[in-house]
Design a protein around this ligand. Structure first.
Ligand code: CU
Length: 79
């Protein structure tokens, strides 16, 4: 992939349902696990909605890594 293609690449936004989110600790655990992943641009947990909104490169590999990272923190992703 050339530099130009990288710059033009559109980010995909997906919102995952994570029903066990309940507090600020959950938010920081999940954001801390997902944020550093390759291909992830932005992650934001909405505590009240119990959702995780992620901007990422749209690849299946990155999506799988995001779900793994959330589950690795002990939360089930119901999408
Ligand atoms: Cu919590």
């Amino acid at each position: 992939m050339t530099k130009q293609e990288t710059e033009n690449k559109l980010m995909t936004t997906r919102t995952l349902s994570v029903p066990d989110i309940s507090c600020g600790h959950c938010k920081s655990s999940i954001e801390g696990a997902v944020g550093p992943l390759d291909g992830v641009e932005l992650v934001e947990v909405a505590i009240d909605e119990r959702t995780v909104a992620v901007d990422f490169d749209g690849t299946d590999d990155t999506y799988a890594a995001i779900v793994d990272a959330i589950e690795g923190q002990g939360y089930e992703v119901t999408e």
